[in-house]
Structure formats: C-alpha cells, structure tokens
Design a protein around this ligand. Sequence first.
Ligand code: MIG
Length: 788
Amino acid sequence: MFRLLVLTLLLTTSVFAQDITTLEKIGDVVSLTKTDKSITLICNDNSQVQLTILAPDLVRVRASFTKPIPAKDHSWAIAKNDWSTPRWTVNESSTTIIITTDELEVTIQRSPLLISFRDARTHQLLNADERPMSYDANASLAGIMFDPKAGPFVAASKKLGFDEHFYGLGEKASRLDKRRSSFINWNSDTPGYIEGKDPIYQTIPFYIGLQRGIAYGIFFDNSYRSYFDFGKSSQQRAWFGAEGGEMNYYFFHGPWIKKILGRYADLTGHMPLPPLWALGNQQSRWSYYPDTMVEEVVNEYRKRDLPLDVVHLDIDYMHGYRVFTFDKDRFPDPKALTDKLARQGVKVVTIVDPGIKHPVDKNERYHAFDQGLEKNYFQRRRNGDLFVPRVWPGESVFVDYTLPEARRWWGELHRVYTDNGIAGIWNDMNEPSDFVDQTGKNQLDVVSYDEGEKSTHAKNRNTFALLMSRGTYEGLERLRPDRRPYVITRAAYAGIQRYATMWTGDTNSTWDALALNIPMFTSLGLSGEPFVGSDVGGFIGRGNGELLVRSYQVSFLAPFCRNHKVIDGYDQEPWRFGKYYEDIIRKYLKLRYSLMPYLYTALEEAHRTGVPPFRPLLLNYQDDPSTYNLDDQFMVGNDLLVAPIMKPDVTRRLVYLPSGSWYDYWTNKKYAGGTMISVDAPLDVVPMFVRAGAMIPIWPSLNYIGEKPVSTISFNIYPDDSGLASATLYEDDGLSPSYKTGVFRRTTFTARRGPGGITISMEWAEGSYIPGPRKFSFVAKTGERVNF
Ligand code: MIG
C-alpha cells in the first residue's frame, strides 16, 4: 500500500518536475531607458526587461536574462504589430517605476524586481508577481526536449488569489475552471484521451484570471514546451514557464472578459467568417469509400428528411494515402461526384495530412514528393538528412512550413481539390504525429528555416499546425478568391483562428467524454477559438442511441456539428440505432437549421469582437459567482441557455438560471432567474431557456443552406419584465469575402409593450448588402398581440 502511494506520488510529481523556486531570479533594476512606446529596465545581472504599451489595456512584458533584449522579435501568433501608442506616463522613484495608461497602472519594484498590475482608476490590484521572473542558470532543469539553442528554462510567477479562477488555455481535457490544476503544452496525438490527459493536441498559452468579478488576461507567447500551474504545486502562486525561448507575455486588463477577448483577437487575429454552410450539419466516417457509398449516405440523409450540408472524405479516398491524389478505383471521377452531391445541396471536405509519402521505389513518381524534394521544402535533420517520420503512407516527409515559398507551394497543391469541386480541407495529424515516436524526441534535431534562425523542433513543434493551416488557408484563398476558405485543424497554436476552425480530435464514445464537450468548447471559446466542435456521438468505441441523442443535444448548437466515427466503431449516422433515436435527432438538426440566423449572427459577432457563440455562463454573467465553475450548461450568444443531460438513464436535472427572467423554450413558461430549478428532460428534450428581453430570429425549415430562398424570417419575442425585447440580425451572401468590405446587413429590432400590445420598431440597417425579398414576422411568446 505504502509503496503504491510513493509510486503514485512519484508519477504525479514527475509530470511536473520543474520547481521554480530553485531558479535564478532576475537582478534588481539599476537603470532605465525610454522610447515613445516602451521602457527598458537594465538589471544588475545584465538582464533586461522591456515593457511596451500597446493599448490602454494591453502591455507587453519581455525579459532577457543576463543579456540585452534581442533585436529580433518575431512570433507566428501575432497578427498586429502596428499599434498606435496610447497616452501613458512613467514616474520614477527610488524604489519604484510606475507606468500609467488610461486603464492600467503598472508598478515595477526595483529591488527585488516585482511587477504588479492595477486598475488605473480604482487602483485595485489585478495581478502581482509572487517572485521575480526567473531562469535556469545552471541548466539543471533542462527541459526534456532540451535544445542547445533554446536557452534556459524561463518562468514568471504570480500571486495566487484566495478566490481567483482561471480560464482558457485552449484545448485541455479538463474542466472549465483551471484553478488548482497544472498543464503542459506540447502538441500531442492522444486518441481516446480522458479527463486529465495532458497535453493533448493544441497549444494556446493564453489564460484569463478572474477574482471578485474582475478579469485580466495573460498571453505567454512562447512556443517551446510550456507549463502553466494555477496553484497546484503551491497555493502561493500561479506560474508559467517554458523550456527555452523568451519570457514574453502580454497583460490584458478587463475588467470584462468580453473586452479581453476582443483585445486578444486584435493581437492574434480575428477569425474570418467561414462559408455559412459550414454551420450546416456535417457527416463523416473513417472512411466513406467508394464514391457510391458517399452517395448512399447522402441519399439516406435526403430520404430520411435529415438536414445535411457537408460530407467528409477521410484518408481512404487517396491513392495509398498520398495526399493530393484520389484513388482511381474508389473515386474514378471526383468531379462527377461533387457535381452530383452539389445538386443535392451537399459539399465535400477532404482530409489532408502533413505526411507526404516517401516513395519506396526510387523510380516511383509522386508529384508532391518530387517537387518538394527538388525545391528543398522538406524538413531535414541537423546533419542534413531528410527527416522521415512514419505516418499513414508509411515512410513520409514533412514540409518546412516556416518557409514562405513552401507554404505557397503547399497551397498551390490544393488545386487538385478545388478543380474537383472539393469545398473545404480538414487538416489532421499535424501535431505533428509520428508513429515512430509520439513524444517528439525523434524529431528533436529537425531544423526549420524559421526566418533564418534555423531553429529546432523544441521551438517549432507547437507552431507546426498553425503554419500548415496557414499554407492551406492562404492557398485556398488564392485558388478561389471569391470564396471563403473552410479549413478544419486538429492541432494548433495561438493565432490559429486566422486560418482554421477546429475539432477536439479522437474522443471516446462514452458519457465521460460527452461531459467534457461543454468545458472544452467553452474553454476554446475563451481562448480565441470560436469555431469549435467535437465528433458527435464520440469517435472511439461503440456507443448507443441514447448517447448519440444526448450528444446531438450538446452539439446541435455548437459551431462545428459533425458526426464522425473511427474505422472499427459502430456505424453512427443518425438513423443507425433505430427510428426512435433518429426521430429525436431529426428534431434537433431541424432546430439547428431554424436557429441558423441566430447562430450566424452570433458567429459574426465572434469574427468582429472575439466573443465566441458557444459560451460558459460566466462570460455573460461575470458578476455572478454561481457561474464560475458551471460547465454542465452553456449559452449560445446572449440569449439561449442550454442544459443538456450527459449521463445515461437520467431524465431530470437542475438548471441554473442567472438573474433576470427566463422562458422555457418548449413551453414558454416563465421563470425568475438567480436560482436553480429542477426540470424534466426525457430523452427527446434538452432543457433550453430563452433570456427574457430577447427576440430570436428563425428560418423556415431547410434541409441545407440555400435549398430555397428564405422568404420569411420570424422573430419569437420574449419580453422582459418591463415589456422590452430586442434582436440583432446579421446577413450577408454567406459565401464570398465581401463582408470584409462592408457588404453585409446588420438590422436591429426592438419590441416594446404598450397599451395596444407589443409594437416593433426596426432600426436602419448597417452595411451595404441587399438581401433578397423577405418578410419579417413577429410572434410574442407571451401570447400578446404584436403590431408592426
Ligand atoms: O491516426 O484519418 O482524429 O478523425 O478519422 C488516426 C483517420 C488518424 C485521426 C483523426 C480522425 C480520423 C483518423 N485520424
């Protein structure tokens, strides 16, 4: 027993061997230089710290230990460099240096060097160093991915608040509130992951701290293997660090999380809008082939009156897993297939993996390999040898996506898809996964060009998928300039939202895995990735009808709604477990399509403001501590609250309704919020509530986007206690990038209760898009009369 305990302790601590209290602390401040946008502190150990003022609520902190801040400053994550410096001042005293902007007050204590952030108006403390920034002077903590060029382990440590909550960090198999947990970022292919498995596929080193309703954000822009500990190893501190690279973080002042997400989007990029049909229902399988099976799946969907917009082709469409080819027997005429499916309103997305097959026989010609080799675009080891990982095609090579011309070439290779009518690209295996060794150790001496830095895997692993997706996205943009690209990725680094949407990889078909959907989707939304989803029904394993239905009741309002299944799992299309389940699934798919104008309006908001459609309640109710670790219910936009069942045999649950009033979506019964209510949830019902004060736009029933012109948009009115309700409707052509230049229409509607019933007013619309003729109709869910 005792031995077992010791072993468990060893195992748990060995995951996180870094004890930052043994690190060398940065020296004291001896002098300071100032430019119009930054100050640089020179320390008595020759270290330097640079604070740059980017916006009133955004300050960047860069530290270089025992040497000057390097002149080179580049990150693949950053989208905006041309900030117009806001007004700010600096005040020096013998003990401190204080930077003040309109919103932030940053105090640097000279000895020891400690940085704290306060609200400039209230002087309330937001976040403070627990110890000086530190580094590994003797390389005793050399990371397991040690790279001689990486530099020492670097860390920053913050005081942990007694009631501080932590959110974000991208894709983690963990609950919403990350307090008292620790994480590693090292993109990893982790099929069948369960709660607690870490790391998994993505790295988004951005988190939000929330205390007393006041939020700040920290983006630690360092792509090396990184560590975040939110009060797990010690209750004194929340620290972050990396096995090399720079101490380089951005501090965001809220106090609103929504504002932080907007700034984070400004910094790392706003998600462009995908085509509207990407919000349609999607169906996948590893793998549909031959072409007739794809047709059969689509025919079933149509025959059964189940909505469908997209079908996916997994790896078996290729000739021997060679990307940019189609198997001649299975898909003799891909263009004919996509044309035929297009007539049924269905788009095709193909999977594209990073591994390019290395020909086994020297005389074998494969254009992707031959061209890439000739142009020297493939990754090589330090000794000059080609790096040859083993993935689906067997021995393969990877492109060095840090080379701009290689990304361009990669993009151009997609012409075979666009010429054949393929509508979108699904990037898998881009951690990058290597069957030889999934830890990355076999890739440590792989060198990437990296803007001439010739850096190794330790720095480039976590950004590999970002750059691959970038090559894919930019290629599709060039190949089809009048269409919005649609790219889906498994792995990622911060900034990924500029190029790709994402899904949560190889989940299990289990109730436990289903319960992770809400915390994962909402955490991704709080990390700058608004377009998320998970394999509906779960990927690995058998599952059953009940699980599939409950899974749809989570995903029917997720941006990415795709049923997908592993090669050896049960067939899992909506009808596979029988009519009883199929009928319920139909109801939810149809509901998704009728809520399309609401979903699309919420998605456009994400594009513009960084605030995701799929939200934890705390994002809308940041002042309400009851929401701080609530992750078994979610909101879509500001108005819809959904509380699914994620356990078998359960038909009743408690639902938390925040303050205000709420209407049961199914019965229109009104509830007072600010409390828990108990509601019935038989298998065909997902508890769903509408915020009083909302108007929900509804489309007529469609089996795919564009099936027929939308001639009527109905607004369901849910007046608040003072008789008011409002809605925003966003419309554009759904396909082209012209929304970026103002070709959209945003209309605001208000409903007001008066003596003769409810009166609607419509505000003049924003934007230059002219929608086709359509009627608006209004229905008060209170049964009141509506005048227009
Ligand atoms: O090693 O392409 O996450 O969705 O079906 C497995 C086959 C590779 C992993 C993806 C999954 C996909 C599968 N892929």
